[in-house]
Design a protein around this ligand. Sequence first.
Ligand code: FAD
Length: 461
Amino acid sequence: MSKVYVIGAGLAGSEAAFQIAEAGIRVNLIEMKPQTFSAAHQSADFAELVCSNSLRSNQIENAVGLLKEELRLNNSLIIEVADITRVPAGGALAVDRNNFSRLITEKIRKHPLITIERREVKALSEFDLDKDFVIVASGPLTSSSLFNDLKKMLGADDLYFFDAIAPIVDAESIDRKKVFAASRYDKGEGEYLNCPFTEEEYESFYAELIKAKTTKVEAFDDIKLFQGCLPIESIAKQGKETLLYGPLKPVGLIDPKIGRQPYAVVQLRQDNQAGSLFNLVGFQTRLTFPEQKRVFSLIPGLEAAVFERFGVMHRNSFLNSPKHLNLGYQHNRLSNLYFAGQITGVEGYVESVGSGFVAAKSLINNYLNIKPEELPLYLHPETILGGLAHYVSLAETKNFQPMNANFGLVPGLDRSELKQIKNKYSLKAKGRRLRRQVYALRALSHYKDVKEETQNLNAQE
Ligand SMILES: Cc1cc2nc3c(=O)[nH]c(=O)nc-3n(C[C@H](O)[C@H](O)[C@H](O)COP(=O)(O)OP(=O)(O)OC[C@H]3O[C@@H](n4cnc5c(N)ncnc54)[C@H](O)[C@@H]3O)c2cc1C
């Protein structure tokens, strides 16, 4: 009798195991925590959010918001729990990280068809791939023995880049007299705490930030930083003004004390439901811990901040997937082997969940010997789930880089097609906004009637 295994109970692996079990198939979920922890994981629970507690936008006219909605419509475990454990974050879906992981772990533990094994998988030879089905969802910090085994087996190129994670501070240590609560352009209910800088304060902060000591990273010259997650000090070194157009941009934020936009702003986002922790938005860093304390305490409102977690640098490993995987995240040659999550070259929490979902669906069809006559909806190229699957399996292999959800992944529309859909739904938006709304409605209309979504979009105009 064939067995089904999922390696890694992270975001992708938890979603995959749950979907497989919900299809009536027994599955073994293998997780190395708590015996072994990667450099970023700290909790024994599943689906741990290792950095930000935000799953990013929850609006369908944003590609990652649309991806969430597609997953919601497909009964995703992770998005269901994210909705239950959400904390206020304007138009974003942010969660209480501990409750989020705890609830997912509980739901998986209670599932009658999921068996949990707490151990590290060191090599794929532990499985009989002629008979058993395996999803490798061990993440960007896959343990080195397994990653080396994969490289040997796949002949995969040594692809990796470095990322950095942002610090978290204790809410009670924030000076409330200095910061103000507001969301950019008043979207939401003032869920962020904003630390406003005068020009002089910004100058002093900037001067210290660019000369602060950073941690040494092995093979320093080889570091490939992912542009979407640059450390704050690297952005700062691009020029004095660069931060003012990036993580410290003040636009859309009015400080009630001065009645206008401050010179610069650092935003703090609530990190847990109790509201006792806040993270520094966009402050991924590789400054040494004492330097983080010294320099970030120059941020107005954080002079006496207690740092509950400092930012760190980490290694992020991924395969050259277009060489090895097909549209269903299935290995080209070994048909019982699947990959899911960040290790496939999707980038981000929700994207990892999405690939876990698709890999599970592909495995289920394979296991049950179902051959769909048409491309399943979750692989439709006009959806973000489908767009990501196409990217991972068909992108250029020479410079393959991880990819976030974005509308560049779905087929474009010329003017007349755009106009046609605009008229069909009587959309009021214009320009780029209209295009994004049209992409969103086009994707969702594969699943359902989009009357309600259309009304909501028009109501915002
Ligand atoms: C430090 C860091 C910060 C990040 N910050 C963000 C962010 O803020 N926002 C965002 O959207 N994305 C972020 N990412 C990217 C990505 O979204 C996350 O890494 C995400 O958790 C990936 O999901 P996953 O399921 O692929 O891997 P993971 O969630 O990492 O899950 C993999 C699981 O596999 C287990 N495992 C590893 N090796 C083995 C083995 N050999 N045997 C058994 N179990 C094993 C691990 O313990 C882990 O539980 C970050 C990545 C890193 C590394």
